[in-house]
Design a protein around this ligand. Sequence first.
Ligand code: ATP
Ligand code: MG
Length: 628
Amino acid sequence: MRYEDLYRQSVEAPEAFWAEQARAIHWHRAPDAILDYSNPPFRRWFVGGETNLCFNAVDRHLDERGEQLALVGWSTETDSIRELSYRELHREVNVFAASLQSLGVGRGDRVVIYMPHTVDAVVAMLACARIGAIHSVVFGGFAAHNLALRIDDAQPRVLVTADAGIRGGKVIPFLPLVNEALSRAGHPPEKVLVVDRGLAGPLALREGRDVDYATLRRAHEDADVPVAWLESNEPSYILYTSGTTGKPKGVQRDVGGYAVALALSMWAVYDIRPGQVMFSTSDIGWVVGHSYNVYGPLIAGATSIIYEGLPTSPDAGIWWRIVERYGVRTMFSSPTALRVLKKHDPSFITDRDLSSLQHLFLAGEPLDEPTARWISEVLGTPVIDNYWQTETGWPVLTLMPGVEMKPVRFGSPGLPNLGFRLRVIDEATGEDAPAGQKGVLVIQPPLPPGCMSTVWRNDQRFVDSYFGHFKELLYSSLDWAIRDEDGYTFILGRTDDVINVAGHRLGTREIEESVSSHPDVAEAAVIGVQDAVKGQVPIVFATLKRAHSDEEASETAAQMQKVVVEQLGGVARPARVYVVNALPKTRSGKLLRRSLQALAESRDPGDLSTLDDPGALDEVRRALERGP
Ligand code: ATP
Ligand code: MG
């Protein structure tokens, strides 16, 4: 099959195309209409159809693959492996669903899941889906403040949590964080359901509020909980964006469109058939975790690996041992994680039998060419850059080995995914930018299945944040892009990451790429700061691969400036280069450029609720005081 043909069908006759794709999932009631776009920019797919994510992910496979592995929970933190067949998963989900019901949770109620990345967390998500409750997973690494914000927005009936998370061997008890969050929250849940992993000693449960799952489940071991059949457009979950550009937005997802989009992507994009194994290293706290650790692989009847731990512990070979042991076919990770592995000996990877591994996808932020080349060479397989957003739920730009593998072009996440009508719009004119010219990437509405329905309880924010940028009604999350003659699209960073040096508009990404091509640089962040003469000038914050003296650091900094001038010209010359030991990132691994920029311009660093390591910001402050 040719990609072009399938893509053309998907955008020229979308209703016929999606009607066909909808056959891949189970419908309790067939849709009355494929698309309702009578109230733009809102759109509804598979109107009147009734289905259920849990049924499609679990029950539907029982006859054919009940004994096949559904989930493998591999934890290097607790040194354990837990394997669940589809039949065992079905049992666990029923017990959990009955337990939730016994706490009063029903259709349309919200359940906040604040859990470590474990099989139990997946079970909790599926249990919610089964009974029509709306889950809102909050990344287990977030602190009380983030949890409280999300609780107040989602207003859950129940919070599901664990006794503790564990990171790099350090046990982090969750209950103190939960207590703090609930005392701050304006709308705390009535009940807290605690899954005890036995990591944090005896549970200090609050009488009347906290419930120990091990005790509660005993009353429900044999439960058979009927599936709640939901209209295709009822909400399935709420998930917050990463907060890289500001306050996180609560993305609301539907049921039917999401299931159909995931079913399609599992074979077309990720090239996974029933019975094959997918390993996504994301956490269930992020959208990739929702779509490709949980719902996608299970809807496809595949096996999904749920990995808890660092990519480098006990050593940098851990992920590749998992690939070898379970015969992983498709892996999904992030550029940040690969840059961490790049600091280690490649023999950690090449020493394993990786003959099962066909594809590695990377998503979440720009994939720099040195990292892409390094990992493709080490693995001997092409590495596929994926561009998407929490909002879209599945890839926007990708290559599709399941349809037709096109050549990789470094620096580009490839071609439009099926169903996505993408345009690059010239910011000044509001018209389509010609090939080779920079513009803003937009999706021509209606958004395809899988994408968000709205911002949770805030339709106005949905309209304003995503559809209010151009004279035409176009969806955009404001990323810069260039499309080449063949339709390959290159993402140049966010529109607010552009630096205007004496009238020249430079993408932070191109300068970062250039700085990163210096062999000693591990990672670089480039921002623009105000300058009396030029308007703005680029400055660089970089980490180095090896330990270094101050002299070595300033020598390397000077070389970085030289590299940029050689590659991009004098106008891009970084005015200052700061060598630091860590860069500030969100918990999902994205550079917080807006905070770097604010500090460099002596402003308030803004919403830091999703900042990973406060130490990294302190370091930047010190570096700024010290001078480059
Ligand atoms: P917020 O919307 O709250 O500011 P965020 O945009 O980082 O945070 P996510 O949904 O996690 O939230 O990330 C989506 C964004 O990540 C994209 O809009 C884009 O800027 C960036 N991104 C994702 N994948 C890629 C990629 N392959 N190449 C370049 N950029 C990417
Ligand atoms: Mg965004």
